[in-house]
Design a protein around this ligand. Structure first.
Ligand code: 5GP
Ligand code: MG
Length: 178
């Protein structure tokens, strides 16, 4: 399937499943090398990263744990106060080596916010792994330790990523046709 339609948008194939699988293995082997003898805790950021996390973890060799976290937005007492709270973290990460798993880093705002929350819990170290990274869209200055693929600044779906809730099940990654 070269082209697909989701709701009002058309998408064309961008990264095939085999290429995705190779990139995931690359990331895993770097993590295996860097964390040999350690016992890291992965924090998979829902919703999008569940597919990447499931694939990656099966290539991780040493002992490790995983928690699925989410940044929930809720409005505070005034319309302008918009707080993002970290939910779902059920591991104690104090003194642990944490690896954040993101499906995609675009502007970097989400991970920047997440880093703030994770740092408050005093882990021994924090590293970031993302499957896709859009260098042209990135606005922050944190270092991304592991990158599956660098991609152009186009909206993509598939491999866990959605368009309005749809498309997460697609094994390939598709980019929007505009
Ligand atoms: P950021 O905060 O880095 O701008 O974006 C983070 C979140 O926006 C990602 O975790 C993802 O949920 C969503 N996002 C960014 N770019 C894309 C994209 O191209 N496709 C989809 N489906 N979601 C995206
Ligand atoms: Mg995400």
């Amino acid at each position: 399937m070269q082209r697909i339609k989701i709701k009002d948008k058309e998408f064309k194939i961008s990264i095939r499943a085999e290429e995705i699988a190779n990139a995931v293995k690359q990331v895993a082997s770097q993590i295996n090398r860097d964390y040999e003898g350690k016992d890291p805790v992965f924090l998979s950021v829902l919703n999008g990263s569940y597919v990447f996390a499931a694939d990656l973890l099966r290539h991780i060799k040493g002992p490790c744990r995983i928690s699925f976290v989410k940044l929930s937005s809720y409005s505070g007492t005034t319309t302008t106060s918009h707080v993002k709270e970290l939910i779902g973290l059920n591991e104690d990460i104090q003194g642990k080596d944490v690896i954040i798993l993101e499906d995609i880093i675009d502007t970097g705002i989400t991970v920047d916010r997440l880093l703030e929350e994770v740092k408050k819990r005093n882990p021994a170290s924090i590293r970031i792994a993302c499957f896709c990274y859009k260098p042209e869209a990135f606005q922050k200055n944190f270092h991304i330790d592991y990158i599956g693929m660098k991609i152009p600044n186009k909206f993509i779906v598939g491999y866990g990523l959605d368009y309005d809730g749809y498309g997460r099940n697609l094994p390939h990654i598709y980019e929007v046709v505009d």
